[in-house]
Design a protein around this ligand. Sequence first.
Ligand SMILES: [Zn+2]
Length: 709
Amino acid sequence: MGHFRPDPPLTPTAPPSPRMASTVAKTLSSEVSLLLADVMAFRTGLIYDEQMMNYNLLWDYPVCSIEKPERLSTSYEKLKYYGLVERCIPLPYREAIEEEIALVHSLDYIEAVKSTASMNVDELKTFSHKYDAVYFHPNSYHCAKVALGASLQLVDAVMLGEVQNGMALVRPPGHHSQKSEACGFCIFNNVAIAAKYAEKTYRTKRILIVDWDVHHGQGIQYIFEEDPSVLYFSWHRYEEQQFWPHLKDSDYSAVGKGKGVGFNINIPWNKIGMENADYLAAFFYILLPMAYEFNPELVLVSAGFDAVIGDPEGEMRATPECFAHLTHLLMPLAKGKLCVVLEGGYNLRSLSESVCMTARVLLGDPVPPLVGEMVPCTSAIESIQNARAVHQPYWNVLKNQDCAFIKDPSTIGIEEDGSQSSTATTAEEKEVTTVFTVSQGFDEFMDSHMKKVLVLTPRVRTAVSGCGEKLTILDQCLQVEKKKITMEEVGILISGGDCAELKDEYLLLSLGKIFPLIDKIMKREVRNGIAVSSTLSSGAFAARYSTTVRASRVLLLLLGETDIPTDVKEDEKILVVQVYGNQVEKKQSKYYIPISWKKDNEWDGDLLSSLFEIILPLAYGFKPELVILAVGSNIRIQEVTLAHLTHFLQVLAEGRILVISQASDLVETLVSSLLGNPLAAMSSFVLQQENALVLVKLRRELKQHWKLL
Ligand SMILES: [Zn+2]
């Protein structure tokens, strides 16, 4: 078929031990084998040890009272409660050795921390107060070595392929600590040392650190600000420098230094009360495009959960399932090598629910729906836009985009008379946001909220119909019988039955494969499905059929050229996005969005850019109950790009997606992505100038109809 293949040929990373999976599977009943396939595909490591609870605050020091041992035990108990611990592979902890600590910290500092093990309370107090917002206990040194050792064990397990991804539940946290300084509850910088360790041990050349804790990990920034091998991304409560740690270095203008310029991304939140839409917008407009261009070999998450609703430090309003979405969005990077290391999080309920949401998605569970209106606030847009503007000179993907500063960076925070501007949150706004942090009703709120977002996982992940039976990977899928569809049955779906295409018997054969898959997906019997169809026009019929059975809103993403019936384009239940490369102008309407590339070859990077900047933001607002991806046979993109696209679309609609492929030789790649297998890296990620302009124009037009993320 006509799609392009990368050179040298790339195949998606195989699931762990595929031969073993298929051999064992054939000896078992089909249902057991499908469940086994699920277990084989997701190997998530978990490190936790009670030893890290063996230190606490020994004197009255209100600033530090929230960092307590229960943060860890509550998170672990919640993982057990949801049955997630037994699904993870337990990884052994170890103590880090001095040589490892010294990858980041000075020997003098290590000696000083070591000496705290024999101090009495008065000495500990004096020692602690030399630093900013940190306390020491005689066990602190030991626990800090265990927390770091656990982080390094996780890196080892992921880099050696013993697990695909994993989580280290550790304390003390690390991201504030610096070369010779403890800070903000942090003693050794677990994630920064983990990055240095991966570089040293595995020769990892590019590492992405995503710091979604609500505080700025200034320690990580300082350690890597001149280092282009580590891309550091942090969002944080800032309030124009009025929030701790009150550093100008936390603003978006800190982009790195020397060789590291462009590799430090700060998104300063200048208001409290940031919500799910604000966090997603930061991922779509900044982090994901830059991360794809950076192409990391390992992703480390400084996973603080103090940016969640109810946290007394963050005072933000994102809900726990937002972290399921963020985790899913990071999984395509670095061939799925993802290490999540706990940092902050001080509301025990928010913390533990968010830890579980993250773990679920690492394990491959469906991503729950996000509630609420998906529109970022003005202040968040300003921070994101300024970060894009300041990074535009360093990143090709931003080069031809709309990236003007919203405020002049040289005057930000300073009024004309030289006084500090007061964009910090007012007392009134704070009251609204903190209502849950002080009220007795928080647990009730959380109980009812979690009931809304905890979704059932269909027993079978992927169903196939009419894809042939030769591919080994299909052993992991449920084969669905096709049924006979008549012209009359289809005719009533579109244009009152007078659609010329109904005379095409190949279309009827395709729909006979597609409709039973839609039935199974919408009945939650399977999570997703795939069928081969000789004609791309089956996509529109599939979408219309879905709305007549159970789906009240369907996102139809078509890759390639085909005519779409007018009544489908105008149907407010079906959002149609058609991406194609033949430059034919098509008339756009609210529910029909054509993206026609000016440059009609190698639009892999362009397609993913349009996904981040247009398709996903639109889809989050539209909230589809089913996603249909129809892939034409003559589109000029690589298979690996389709695999990434298929992964991202599973963040919507609780993972309910039907893929229709016109080319049968794409089936293996698409099924692998539907099964949740790790993805190969894309060979390059370029947004071509001509096509960037298409996206800029389209975004402006869409704002008439849609409140974009
Ligand atoms: Zn924090």
